[in-house]
Design a binder for this molecule. Sequence first.
Ligand SMILES: Nc1ncnc2c1ncn2[C@@H]1O[C@H](COP(=O)(O)OP(=O)(O)OP(=O)(O)O)[C@@H](O)[C@H]1O
Ligand SMILES: [Mg+2]
Length: 521
Amino acid sequence: MLGQETVKVPFLGAVVSVRGSVVDIRFDEHLPPIYSVLRAGGEGRIIIEVLAQLDARHVRGIALTPTQGLARGMAVEDTGGPLKAPVGKEVLSRMFDVFGNVIDREAALSDVQWRSVHRAPPPLARRSTKSEIFETGIKVIDVLMPLERGGKAGLFGGAGVGKTVLLTEMIHNMVGQHEGVSIFCGIGERCREGEELYRDMKAAGVLRNMVMVFGQMNEPPGARFRVGHAALTMAEYFRDDEHRDVLLLVDNIFRFIQAGMEVSGLMGQMPSRLGYQPTMGTELSRLEERIANTDTGAITSIQAVYVPADDFTDPAAVHTFSHLSASIVLSRKRASEGLFPAIDPLQSNSKMATPDIVGARHYGLAQEIRRTLAQYAELKDIIAMLGLEQLSREDRNVVARARRLERFLTQPFFTTKQFTGLEGKLVSLEDALDGCERILRDEFKDYQESALYMIGAIDEAKGKTKVGPPGAPAESDSKTEAKAAPDPAVKSTAKSTPESHPKSGTKPQPKVEHAADTHES
Ligand SMILES: Nc1ncnc2c1ncn2[C@@H]1O[C@H](COP(=O)(O)OP(=O)(O)OP(=O)(O)O)[C@@H](O)[C@H]1O
Ligand SMILES: [Mg+2]
């Protein structure tokens, strides 16, 4: 069958077979090397990347565009080079697809440099190792899992727990203050989200230091597989040629792994565990290792990571974990309780949380917060079975502190104002630490828990109502909590909502936990 194929023009190849996105092409004169980009169809609109050389005359490639209309025998042109991305100052404030075409309906780029998207990570000797904190203005992150300037942070979570919201909020908080360049890369997520982000950034006036690159879920796997490389190529230009700091935001890196899995399956490779491609580790590390710091500039990256079926032992999640300097884990349970951002502090961590980097006070407080929350988590079973009043007084105090901390660590976001009705809050690390310290010192034990819910700095709680007279003895307080008000969270939210946020009908409400359930049964 192959012998029947005729090549019409000597320096061109001819399509031998098309199976979905996978195309086999015969070249008689020369064989294009791996990663070469081939073009076929009218105006060369079908773009194919060579991924394998089958024998001396045939290559197998994956189409980065839809392959409708491609037929056996059609001519294929070797462009003589790999996939390229535009780099330079001109790309700022623009939106691109994987091929570097502008997709923001503005004028095309005139005079830009194009670079191969396949590049090596910086050599070890050029990497820098200084550790500096990157403040986000989000209390729970800055206090418990501080991000690293030039580090990689992952936002892990199952479907719909708030990854995109948290990432967008971080963009909102950081892009304005960050003097460097921000690059947003959308991989395999909704087109709508990309468009909304573009409009928001334009309205906020920060687009001029931003670039957006999209290969969303409507595009073929080849395009989703390469769009991350295209974005990184632009980021590397700013780091290496302009010596600027770059903030690289990716939503969602799991979709990159997934696209690799589709490509691998289409290429006929045998799948590995859970259907993932056998080359997942290599593919991911090729991309992640390029996100590095050199002594002239740093790429800080924040990546959303979708966790399939909330299973954190999924190979994709496990592989991604190993590349990160901070992992922020979003939990469905907290989201269902209305504790947004739904970060689970006990599962999240950051390598920056050491006394040498954050200082002794911050470290000590963070440890104390974790300890309190962990003790509360352990006590939850006992409370569910026996009730709060069976706990010792010290344990009841731990529970009270932990519940207040949990509520204080929620925060209204600028990006969720439309549906929470609450004005967004940016909180400095100092204010966040101060609030946590005062809660741990029981300064707010006479306040209703809800007074601490969805506020910014701790002083905002002062304006809200108290449960009992200030300075009431500890025992009477715990009685109040245990008996008189069996349902503190709900009751107090209901009471305080109308006064504090008259228009917030859709305000997320913290759900009652075990402590309250028991009293009802
Ligand atoms: N901080 C928050 N405050 C209030 N509501 C929130 C917050 N974060 C998330 N939500 C709610 O959760 C919904 C889903 O959030 P989001 O779209 O960020 O999830 P996701 O993890 O990106 O989901 P997917 O995996 O489907 O992309 C939001 O539409 C919003 O209603
Ligand atoms: Mg999302």
